[in-house]
Design a protein around this ligand. Structure first.
Ligand code: PRX
Length: 646
């Protein structure tokens, strides 16, 4: 993957924002880096003034590595900062323009959104939800997902949003870990015109977990569902007559705002804990500086609220800036491949934030689709989720940004809560394929195994050397895993991101990709171990090794090497069955591209499957040192089988 970035470094292409953009940008003085670097705490403290606090902090930062507390003693409410603060000047401004796959459009002004949020906050209270209770939200991109999140924030109940395409099983695991009594979901939703039976997945998933007391169900698709007496309630019933005002709960800066489950290197997803004060300051500031949000902008982030991008850069950051959001529920090629450009034209979108996978897909479809529409309202375009190769960057800049829009390639993670490496569009000279520089106040570096900075051009591990306001506070219920995963690599105070990277002679960051066993399929984060443990729970499977194979469009796809139990014959049927099994147990986005049957897998002498070797085989690369393998012959067999797939 490093080769991709090398190409562009050689091509030397450089881009600067047009002069008028730069002049009026929210940040146009490069001195911001020096000022923030000299005293990051002071930088964040200054930006914290853009948030409304019930009472101010006593101290900006308490840093007892690897634990941080930000704006210590400060009191605030995140929902208040997204909605109420905008009432004075923007009560009748659109907060949200939502479009369904079938073309239905709903608009909510700030005042209307606040009313809906207050109503649902009161509903939650009536259901017995108290400050600190975790509410699980399992909704597609419909207005109710945003309303529920903000309603939770209003009453101090941390939310845990589970991506709607996850299976009922995955939902149940997350509910179980969070011990979440209340679930918000819907009857179903549409994807490329086909109905996804969301409520059925819920019923299957939570049958055995025995934790959920109440399920609030949004009637969205009108598909037939079963409502369980005493447990299931219709959203429209409980909302009817609910009070449109609700006092926001006064929260401590360090109270949990939400939990977001993500995949790591071990078998179980981990609940990343984000707190209130630092997170709000971080997302408000980065949204304003990186997306250059202005009063008249129409901002569309194509992410889903089921992932961190939807939390930080659909809901909290942009709303705290009083922005008008566009959100779209459906697929980019429904009814046709110009749907995104049609949305941009009709709603006059000015800022677009999307993912490399989407960009590469648009490239494949060709420029005639965006050319069918007037997308000249765009003034800034962004990318997130995986490395963007220079070719895709250039195509995006030229065909979507029409050669004039600055491109912000933003590197960050569920754990960082905010964008950590990105251009500041008014001042940074961008290089296609590079996320450019650390955000002001963030000290990022590329380190070697021992923790020394690598030389320019040399691969190493991406690390963050100082604390930042929206950093992960812990892994929910698993402090040990928090320390082990992120802090133990070097000195227990340097954050290990799990990504490989390098810097060039100008100090620009070039992210290479994950160095751990996390696979990024179309930007979705999938843990190898989690996937393997699902595979081996199938009665026909004895062992499984799962790796990512590089893919031109999706970044990576899943290759799954499987040994079957004695007596089970290899067949196309069993392959299909295993694919369905994955879809049912994780979700369709985790569908393996290839299942390769083998009599044995490469293992160490102690019997551990060597994913490093499988990954090399899948990517037709040199597997390196094989001397520690139990049976090196296995490699040849697997290589041949993999080759035959092409
Ligand atoms: O590998 C990096 C990749 O996405 C990972 C984080 O995934 P997740 O927690 O799901 O958050 C995705 C959205 C913030 C990172 O470890 N990644 C994210 N953005 C970029 C990226 N890789 C390269 N360039 C990016 N801009």
């Amino acid at each position: 993957m490093g080769e991709k970035s090398d190409q562009s470094q050689k091509s030397g292409a450089l881009f600067k924002a047009p002069e008028d953009f730069a002049k009026s940008a929210n940040v146009n003085d490069p001195d911001i880096y020096r000022i923030a670097d000299e005293n990051p705490e002071k930088f964040w403290e200054k930006n914290a003034e853009n948030i409304e606090w019930y009472s101010k902090w006593e101290k900006v930062l308490e840093w007892e590595p690897p634990h941080s507390k930000w704006f210590v003693g400060g009191k605030l409410n995140a929902c208040y900062n997204c909605l109420d603060v905008n009432l004075k000047e923007r009560a009748d401004k659109n907060a949200l323009i939502w479009e369904s796959e079938s073309g239905e459009i709903l608009k909510y002004t700030y005042k209307e959104l606040l009313e809906e949020v207050c109503k649902f906050a009161n509903v939650l209270k009536d259901l017995g939800v108290k400050k600190g209770d975790i509410v699980t939200i399992y909704l597609p991109m419909i207005p109710q997902v945003i309303i529920s999140m903000l309603a939770c924030a209003r009453i101090g109940a941390p939310h845990s949003v589970v991506f709607a395409a996850f299976s009922g099983e995955s939902l149940a695991t997350r509910i179980g870990n969070a011990n979440s009594r209340i679930l918000v979901t819907c009857d179903g939703y549409s994807r490329r015109g086909k109905v996804v039976e969301q409520k059925n997945k819920v019923d299957d998933g939570i049958r055995s977990c025995g934790i959920v007391d109440k399920v609030v169900v949004v009637k969205h698709q009108n598909n037939d569902i079963q409502m369980k007496d005493g447990r299931d309630l219709w959203w429209h019933d409980v909302m009817e007559g609910a009070d449109t005002s609700c006092e926001p709960e006064i929260m401590d800066s360090e109270d949990m705002l939400f939990l977001m489950y993500t995949s790591g290197t071990t078998g179980k997803p981990k609940g990343i804990v984000h707190t209130t004060g630092g997170y709000m300051v971080a997302t408000q500031t980065t949204s304003k500086f990186i997306f250059d949000l202005k009063e008249d902008d129409i901002y569309w982030c194509t992410a889903d609220c089921g992932w961190i991008t939807g939390h930080s850069y659909i809901v909290y950051g942009p709303l705290a800036n009083g922005t008008t959001l566009v959100t779209y529920e459906g697929a980019p090629d429904y009814p046709d491949k110009d749907r995104y450009w049609d949305i941009i034209e009709r709603h006059k979108v000015t800022i677009l934030y999307t993912a490399p996978t989407a960009i590469r897909t648009f490239m494949k479809w060709g420029p005639s689709w965006p050319q069918m529409h007037d997308i000249s309202t765009l003034r800034l375009i962004g990318s997130v989720g995986e490395p963007i190769n220079p070719g895709a960057w250039l195509w995006y800049h030229e065909n979507i940004g029409l050669g004039k829009c600055p491109v912000v390639d933003t590197w960050w993670q569920t754990e960082t809560g905010m964008i950590m490496i990105s251009a500041l569009p008014g001042i940074t000279t961008t290089k296609p394929g590079s996320a450019t520089m650390a955000f002001p106040g963030i000290k990022a570096a590329v380190l070697d195994e021992k923790g020394n900075e690598t030389a320019p051009g040399e691969d190493g591990y991406l690390a963050i050397l100082n604390p930042w306001p929206s950093m992960v506070r812990t892994v929910f219920g698993n402090e040990e895993r928090f320390i082990e995963t992120y802090w133990s690599k070097w000195d227990n105070k340097t954050y290990f991101a799990g990504d490989g990277a390098k810097r060039d002679d100008d100090g620009y960051f070039w992210i290479i990709g994950r160095v751990d066993d996390v696979i990024k399929v179309s930007g979705h984060r999938i843990g190898s171990a989690e996937f393997e443990s699902i595979m081996v729970s199938h009665p026909s499977v004895a062992e499984a090794g799962v790796v990512g194979k590089e893919d031109e469009i999706r970044g990576e796809v899943i290759y799954c090497y499987v040994t079957l139990r004695t007596g089970v014959e290899e067949s196309e049927d069993i392959k299909k069955e295993l694919i369905t099994y994955v879809e049912r147990n994780i979700g369709p986005f985790a569908r393996p591209k290839q299942i390769i049957f083998a009599d044995d897998l490469p293992k160490t002498r102690s019997g551990k499957i060597m994913r490093r070797v499988l990954k090399a085989i899948a990517n037709e690369k040199d597997p390196g040192d094989l001397t520690t393998l139990q049976d090196p012959d296995v490699v040849q067999v697997l290589k041949q089988k993999t080759k035959l797939l092409d």
